[in-house]
Design a protein around this ligand. Structure first.
Ligand SMILES: *Cc1c(COP(=O)(O)O)cnc(C)c1O
Length: 347
């Protein structure tokens, strides 16, 4: 799936809410061609090292000046956005007497960090002359690979052009551009490193590519109570839902306090019980939500898949007007994480 590219496993935000240490350990043992863990900041880098994992770490975001000495001492890979940053890292590396491997962030349209093509071309000779930096890679980021194909194709072309030009005099060890949507929806360009986040967790940002993946997280709860309400009875806060018929209502022990989005309320979201879909009715509350189980065989104590292989997290996100990244990273600490070895292989 990564077309011969090595892997930067993006595990920021607690491995997208899946749990940083367990996922990093698993990927470290199982992922082929794992070159880096991609994290957001030094806090996450520390946690990976504290878990005893020695895989190289790439810090995706900019660092604060007072974090740089630690980055240098730990030999984490920073991506540079400015000459000032480069000079500072060069000075700190010089103090250790050892060259530091860094990478260049190139802004081809994301507008969040990196050198613009103009600032990079103006600063390039100064950058490569810094004696204690070894510029071993270059990367850029796609802001709309799942929304705007034309712009994304232009970005691929611009990235390739700039990198190919630089490589005539400065071969990079690592060249990388694509996030999940870029990897699933576009040809590999001139890159040798893939930076998947969401797809590592089994959800495709491109709906038509979902069959290539299998969701990693299953969010489960249980039916805690079943009651039959007469027609004309309100269900949940605001009484936005009123029963139109005598209705068997299952209470499920999960709510927005667990990170299940309250905003699905009224948008026809389903849960999965005993092999079938059932609709959520009324507003999602903090600890509980309500499901119409009139048309099925459901009992108190039954397991409920809130999302997972049958109800995709991306479906919940869509019903809530959110994105899957928010759903995953919003799962609250009170949800108990249970880790099972997956059966590896094709989905
Ligand atoms: C988060 C992030 C990724 C991963 O993005 P997905 O869309 O989740 O695959 C890749 N690159 C950078 C720079 C990121 O910040």
């Amino acid at each position: 799936m990564f077309a011969g590219r090595s892997l930067m496993a993006v595990v920021k935000a607690g491995a997208y809410g899946h749990g940083l240490e367990p996922l990093a350990n698993f990927l470290n043992e199982q992922a082929a061609d794992l070159a880096f863990f991609g994290v957001a900041n030094v806090g996450e880098a520390r946690r990976i090292r504290a878990a005893g994992i020695e895989t190289p770490i790439y810090i995706l975001g900019p660092s604060l000046a007072n974090e740089r000495a630690e980055i240098v001492a730990q030999r984490w890979t920073a991506c540079l956005s400015s000459l000032e940053e480069a000079h500072d890292f060069n000075r700190l590396a010089g103090a250790t007497g050892q060259k530091l491997a860094v990478q260049i962030a190139l802004d081809t349209g994301m507008g969040r960090g990196g050198f613009t093509p103009e600032t990079l071309s103006a600063g390039w000779s100064e950058l490569v002359a810094l004696p204690f930096l070894s510029i071993e890679g270059i990367g850029s980021h796609l802001p709309s690979a799942d929304e705007d194909e034309e712009f994304t194709r232009q970005q691929f072309a611009q990235f390739r052009e700039i990198v190919d030009l630089l490589q005539t005099t400065h071969p990079f060890r690592w060249v990388h551009l694509a996030n999940s949507a870029g990897l699933l929806g576009y040809p590999p360009a001139n890159c040798n490193l893939a930076r998947p986040g969401l797809m590592l967790y089994g959800i495709s940002p491109l709906r038509d590519q979902q069959s290539r993946l299998r969701p990693v997280m299953k969010l489960m709860s249980r039916v805690t109570l079943i009651r039959t309400l007469p027609a004309g009875h309100g269900v949940s806060y605001g009484r936005e839902f009123v029963t139109a018929r005598p209705t068997r209502v299952a209470t499920v022990g999960i709510g927005y306090g667990d990170g299940y989005p309250r905003r699905v309320s009224g948008n026809h979201a389903d849960v999965w019980i005993r092999g079938a879909r059932f609709p959520i009715i009324g507003r999602v509350t903090m600890d509980q939500l309500l499901v119409d189980v009139t048309d099925g065989e459901v009992s108190e104590g039954d397991e409920v898949e809130v999302f997972g292989p049958n109800i995709l997290a991306s479906e919940v996100a869509e019903k809530a007007g959110m994105i899957t990244w928010e759903i995953f990273t919003g799962i609250a600490p009170r949800v108990v994480r249970i880790y099972r070895e997956p059966s590896l292989g094709s989905p």
